[in-house]
Write a protein that binds this ligand. Structure first.
Ligand code: ATP
Ligand code: ZN
Ligand code: MG
Ligand code: MG
Length: 472
């Protein structure tokens, strides 16, 4: 990619979140992730070029030095900051505008700094051998997978109903979504295959911004502004079918839709539990505490002996990092205040305490070497704040599972492709789908956002209590 010869025709709209807009290259497996800011500020960029560059460099550093050490570097691609010609960025912003969903247009793409993050395109992985069927990539934004057990939690409901389920309630009550999602993160993070299956089924039914499917780099399934559910699902099944036809079904194509969907979810569950030969960790959260009372999963259905996440699985690593939030926002807030007061008294301390980075090994050490008891020091408060911010990032990240169909000519252990097809035919075994798992969206969350986190928490809980958990 030659940065001085950038052409907007080589790039297309790929997707966006709350903070950034992503375009993908039409030919190479690359994306550019550009910052967004509120539309009110569109005439007036909220930061200088240097600040924008620093912000993106901070994202790269946070991802590569902090999050990758906590989550496992095999899952992480941190990318690099690039400086783009302003004319290219302007043309790009015009080109993508009409493809953006209306509900995201309260923010505009940054066209002033020319800074962007360049990343590998995780929805079109580079293949060693071309395949008939393009890779299928599934993006899951799992959200928080545990119930708080901090003594600072003031409302009992928070120890029974998970944050996601309460937040759903709040979002439906406030018109953000028309229907609640029945997905519960505690089911996904349970490590129990039935519960995980149940969770993914509900992600498919109501994807909101927690679930997307890409085929050959193109988004083929996500939440729609106006949607016809049964048509969307039929369309999805049509896409999925070729990946899951095998054995007899490959010949007569009579595999039912239900079976296709089941196989798809099973493969996803396998990928999420994979990670090599790590031991399975029995649920350290304790029986009962790992269930959310709002989940519709029927506990009686659980077959015994299938609990826990393998310790090297992506879900385990994300959950462990989320659990660095040990105090809950209610317990953290007084420590936030302690730090804030200290910084008001000694503004120069901001740098030594690395409140806005740099996100290097020293930062990681600060949060890892946190004393277990509060000794009243500012160091303790800073370490807890850093831990909380890292946990917030892990509660907000996405998992990308890439499923790559084995090429038809690929030789198996017996070395004869026809033999494998015959064997698959006889045993009805699926064709090999290899998977790789990555984690994306690992931005540091600002220190200043903690007070608004506390307010949001209070609003969500009181809304839930007011309506008694019954959806309008
Ligand atoms: P959020 O609102 O979740 O915080 P964000 O604004 O931080 O989102 P991202 O989640 O990083 O933005 O990116 C937005 C979307 O772009 C993602 O959900 C994903 O679909 C796509 N995307 C981001 N990075 C990549 C990548 N490296 N490869 C492929 N697609 C990507
Ligand atoms: Zn829940
Ligand atoms: Mg995101
Ligand atoms: Mg983000």
């Amino acid at each position: 990619m030659e940065l001085d010869k950038m052409d907007e025709n080589d790039w297309k709209y790929h997707g966006e979140g709350n903070k950034s807009l992503v375009v993908s290259h039409v030919q190479f497996s690359r994306v550019l992730r550009l910052l967004k800011y509120p539309a009110e500020d569109s005439e007036n960029p909220p930061q200088t070029v240097e600040q924008a560059f620093r912000q993106i460099q901070n994202i790269v550093d946070f991802s590569s030095n902090v999050m990758s050490s906590l989550l496992g570097d095999k899952f992480i691609h941190s990318g690099e900051v690039v400086k783009l010609p302003l004319e290219f960025v302007r043309q790009l912003s015009i080109k993508v505008q009409h493809q953006r969903p209306a509900w995201r247009c309260d923010k505009v793409m940054d066209i002033y700094s020319g800074c962007a993050l360049c990343l590998p395109n995780l929805t079109s992985p580079v293949l060693h051998q071309p395949t008939h069927t393009p890779p299928l990539c599934i993006e899951i934004k799992p959200k928080c997978g545990f119930l708080p057990s901090s003594k600072h939690v003031s409302k009992d409901i928070k120890t029974k109903v998970c944050r996601f389920c309460m937040h759903q309630h709040y979002k439906v009550a406030n018109g953000k979504w028309k229907r609640p999602s029945l997905y519960c993160p505690l089911d996904l993070f349970s490590g129990n295959r039935q519960r995980m299956h149940f969770a993914i089924r509900h992600l498919i039914e109501e994807p909101q911004n927690n679930f997307k499917i890409f085929k050959g780099g193109q988004c083929i399934y996500s939440s729609k502004e106006v949607s016809d559910d049964s048509m969307d699902l039929n369309c999805l099944l049509h896409h999925l079918r070729p990946y899951f036809l095998y054995g007899n079904n490959r010949i007569n194509s009579h595999m039912t839709s239900k079976a296709v969907l089941n196989d798809f979810i099973t493969v996803l569950v396998n990928a999420l539990l994979s990670g090599g030969d790590g031991e399975v960790v029995t649920d350290s959260r304790g029986e009962g505490r790992s269930f959310c009372e709002a989940s519709l999963f029927n506990k009686e259905r659980i077959r015994p002996g299938s609990q826990g996440l393998p310790s090297d699985s992506v879900l385990f690593r994300i959950l462990q990092t989320q659990m660095l939030d040990t105090l809950d926002v209610e317990g953290l807030y007084p420590l936030y205040r302690r730090v804030e007061q200290h910084l008001q008294d000694f503004p120069k301390e901001r740098t030594r305490l690395q409140m806005e980075g740099p996100y290097n090994e020293a930062f990681l050490e600060k949060l890892q070497k946190c004393p277990t008891e509060d000794d009243g020091s500012v160091e303790y408060a800073v370490a807890k704040v850093h831990q909380y911010r890292v946990a917030m990032t892990a509660k907000d990240c996405s998992i990308m599972v890439a499923l790559v169909p084995g090429s038809e000519e690929e030789e198996d252990d017996e070395g004869i492709p026809t033999q494998r097809r015959l064997r698959d035919f006889l045993s009805s075994r699926p064709p090999a789908l290899s998977y790789s798992v990555s984690i994306l969206d690992l931005d540091p969350k600002p220190f200043d956002s903690i007070p608004s986190q506390l307010r949001l928490d209070q609003k969500i809980v009181s809304c839930y209590l007011r309506t008694g958990g019954a959806l309008p």
